[in-house]
Write a protein that binds this ligand. Structure first.
Ligand SMILES: Nc1ncnc2c1ncn2[C@@H]1O[C@H](COP(=O)(O)OP(=O)(O)OP(=O)(O)O)[C@@H](O)[C@H]1O
Ligand SMILES: O=C(O)c1ccc[n+]([C@@H]2O[C@H](COP(=O)([O-])O)[C@@H](O)[C@H]2O)c1
Length: 348
């Protein structure tokens, strides 16, 4: 059972979140299913099968019964990619979902990549951002928003932790899940490499390296973000410099343009981003709009309509739980964002 899970509100009729787990104790890696029951309690259902029936099969990362699993497409030369978007999702908007569609189209258009999954990982309450409503509510809204997608899923691993997790650790976690899957679960927890093979393990780095022979067939996890999040890499003391290097060198970024941000200029002006620019995919959103969670919350507080900015089910959820009010906007008011607190402590 996930720690810190509390009961939240009444019925949730869509219920299954699925992922890939690298449990040991058998030679088979198995899938796992996080389920949200009628009382909105999120928990892991061991041995369960996903709604799409492919999670209990360790060889199938398929997200969609029509699309072939990556095993079946081993002859396909394209690199398989899992897109991971982190953020508050407070609440999730249609533009968050659009980011995935734009990124997938772009990567496919290069002819070099095949996107096999999209993961939305809402941040933990421990991030302490002003106005951040409780994690289980944000998770439930993402789950409702993604139920019409056959490839984008919500993942509660980061969100349900009490403490905030650095994004690079979230990326490592999801990469290791995939490595474990590929290695039949027999992997070293830290390195993400197969246990019992010292020579190969020694050749692997702590950070899963996609060039490592052990992980070549594993899909690559790439961070998906908007240009404002890319620009946040330049905010003093917000991100650790070594994490920025690891994100752009070991994982890679797919960044969608956003009104008010100039990602191209930001990359040009940053030596580290420039150095790894081959691993940063900048995607132009031509159908521009400035939907943001902050604006949605503001409109909700003022009793104004936000219909069509969010999926209807999300809007219903917000109304049923009376989520965004003047009071909720004051949550964490006066607190400093956790990454700033941690990085400032590290400097002392
Ligand atoms: N309209 C948008 N265009 C491009 N990227 C976006 C857009 N909205 C959100 N994103 C991206 O989605 C991710 C998650 O964003 P987040 O949850 O912070 O939502 P947000 O709308 O940016 O919230 P806020 O209004 O608080 O800034 C981030 O990478 C962010 O850059
Ligand atoms: O890993 C870091 O050092 C780091 C520093 C600042 C922010 N982040 C992540 O970036 C995301 C920012 O979300 P938001 O809503 O504040 O735009 C969120 O997922 C944070 O965990 C991550």
């Amino acid at each position: 059972l996930c720690p810190g899970v509390r009961k939240y509100g009444p019925r949730c009729d869509l219920s299954v979140y699925s992922g890939l787990s690298s449990r040991q104790g058998g030679h088979q890696t198995r899938g796992f299913v996080m389920s949200c029951n009628d009382d909105h309690v999120w928990s892991e259902a061991p041995g369960a099968t996903s709604d799409r029936g492919c999670i209990s099969n360790p060889d199938a990362i398929c997200l969609n019964s029509q699309e072939s699993s990556y095993t079946m497409e081993k002859s396909d030369e394209r690199t398989e990619v899992v897109l991971l978007a982190t953020g508050s999702f407070n609440p999730i908007t249609v533009q968050h979902l659009r980011l995935f569609e734009l990124a997938r189209d772009h990567l496919h258009s290069t002819g070099n990549y095949k996107v096999v999954k999209g993961i939305i990982s809402p941040v933990s309450d421990g991030y302490k951002k002003k106005g951040l409503v409780e994690g289980p509510h944000r998770l439930s809204m993402v789950q409702l928003a993604t139920q019409t997608s056959d490839w984008i899923k919500v993942d509660p691993w980061e969100c349900l932790k009490k403490d905030w997790t650095e994004t690079v650790a979230v990326l490592r976690h999801h990469q290791q899940q995939l490595v474990g899957m590929n290695n039949g679960g027999n992997l070293d927890k830290k390195s993400g490499c197969r246990k019992g093979n010292k020579r190969k393990r020694d050749n692997c780095q702590d950070v899963p390296d996609h060039n490592c022979s052990e992980s070549r067939a594993v899909p690559q996890v790439k961070l998906l973000c908007g240009a404002d999040m890319l620009e946040s890499l330049g905010t003093p003391n917000l991100w650790k410099p070594e994490h920025i290097v690891e994100i752009v060198s070991s994982f890679g970024l797919v960044c969608i343009t956003r009104i008010g941000s100039d990602a191209q200029k930001f990359i040009y002006e940053s030596d580290v981003l420039w150095k790894y620019r081959h691993n940063i995919h900048l995607v132009q959103e031509w159908i521009t709009n400035d939907i943001s969670s902050t604006k949605v919350r503001r409109a909700l507080r003022r009793g104004m309509s936000v219909r069509y900015l969010l999926p209807d089910l999300v809007l219903d959820y917000i109304k049923n739980h009376d989520l965004y009010s003047e009071e909720s906007e004051e949550k964490n008011s006066g607190l400093i964002l956790e990454p700033l607190v941690r990085n400032t402590k590290d400097l002392q």
